[in-house]
Design a protein around this ligand. Structure first.
Ligand code: ZN
Length: 237
């Protein structure tokens, strides 16, 4: 698959979670240079952003060629998102499912905003390839994670910025178990251990309890998906 890409620079949406860390490794095996981007939107799990530096250091320590390829690590603040959201990601309320079948952690259109800012930054950096961990297999039903939404957005960004962007979503059709396996294929047990130890997925921003799949509350939808995927991965499913 790698030979369909030119050895150029990619911008990876890098939140410090399991999925985006796997995407970072994916990009490092396919591009000559990789820059990273995280968003600070006032989420109460700002701990995820703090995980980013440890993960970047860890990824660089895994392989010398990865260390050479890693470029600038950007952070963009989008405080407006927390003004719009009434969800558990940004306010001190419990996570629950809404009548529409979506958890109240859903920030409408969040990934569309992220990718549009990412494309604007990529434009300035002369980058055409953007990589994100969006997935519609084991996901919480966010419509802006769907492949159809992202294909439409890619078209809009390409037209609206007159720049032929590619949006790479290597996890789109993978289960969480397959995402753990992909991390192993890309970076061996060293990468898997790094993700378990330092990536952050929990909606509640908890680091306290250490499970075999990593840190987190173990109860929220994000922890549940991550734990289920880990069990299936270990079982070889
Ligand atoms: Zn959790």
């Amino acid at each position: 698959m790698s030979d369909q890409f030119q050895p150029q620079t990619a911008l990876v949406l890098f939140s410090g979670g399991q999925d985006s860390t796997t995407c970072l490794a994916w990009a490092l095996t396919r591009f000559a240079r990789v820059e990273t981007l995280g968003f600070d939107y006032g989420q109460r799990h700002a701990i995820e952003l703090a995980c980013r530096d440890r993960l970047l250091d860890g990824v660089a320590a895994l392989r010398a060629d990865w260390a050479q390829k890693l470029g600038d690590n950007h952070t963009l603040a989008i405080p407006t998102l927390s003004e719009i959201s009434e969800t558990a990601l940004t306010r001190d309320v419990a996570i629950e499912m809404g009548a529409d079948g979506l958890p109240n952690t859903f920030v409408p259109g969040r990934n569309l905003v992220f990718l549009t800012f990412a494309a604007a930054l990529a434009y300035r950096r002369g980058i055409a390839d953007i990589v994100g961990g969006m997935c519609e297999t084991d996901y919480s039903g966010y419509p802006d994670c769907r492949d159809e939404s992202l294909r439409a957005l890619r078209e809009a960004l390409t037209l609206g910025m007159a720049r032929p962007f590619e949006l790479h979503t290597p996890l789109m059709w993978l289960s969480k178990a397959a995402t753990w396996q992909l991390a192993h294929d890309l970076g061996g047990s060293g990468l898997v251990d790094l993700i378990r130890e330092h990536s952050h997925t929990c909606y509640l921003g908890e680091r306290g309890a250490r499970h075999d799949w990593g840190f987190g509350c173990g109860e929220c939808p994000a922890c549940s998906l991550r734990a289920k995927g880990w069990r299936e991965h270990v079982a070889g499913k």
